[in-house]
Ligand binder design. Sequence first.
Ligand SMILES: [Mn+2]
Length: 234
Amino acid sequence: MTKKVLIVSRRQIRKNKPINWVSEIYATILCARGIMPVFVPIAETTKTVLQEYLFDYDGLMMVEGGDVNPQLYGDNYDNPEELDLIKDDIETACFKHAYARDKAILGFCRGLHIINVMLGGTLHHDVHEYNNNLVKHIDYEHYDEHRHCITIIPNTPLHSWYNQNEIKVNSYHHQGIKELGKGLVAMATANDGLIEAVYAPEKKFLVGLQFHPERMLAEYQGNQQVFDSFINAL
Ligand SMILES: [Mn+2]
């Protein structure tokens, strides 16, 4: 049977109408390995059929998106960027389902934040307030070219994939991990101390990365290893 990976989409207004979208690269990567991406739409009524999506799948990939609602980690911050309460609702429901059944879960950026928050962790609303701009985690002028260093902790899956103590990663975020969620272990930090990768040693495959290996595939062999390991765990 072809393995199926759920990916919750993202909403945006296009030509005055809300549309759903997912970056094509995730489909490209999964399909190339014979895995079927199943996009879960965000609509007012998605919840009524969500159980059908959760009836038959092998893994969950949580990808880019706007801010996680600060209320989900007990914060009253009232100026978040691009909130989508329905996306939060659907994605957290998918996470809880997958986590309880020990399905393979891989999160990037916002996906990492969802993993952390669902396991009781908290977030900085803006990492640049926390780090006084010591490390730039988003650069609108050089959006795709910007890189910052991360230090990879030995004896972690991330180290086994990249086989290096330091790599340069892309960075497109302004939220970031504050307190780590239960059962999570850091796998890498930036020079300002921010956690840039986590995993849960007790789970089959639960990994969250603050960066986007899929957007810098040619730069390190390890970027492919992230996806290969996830897919091996499906
Ligand atoms: Mn970063």
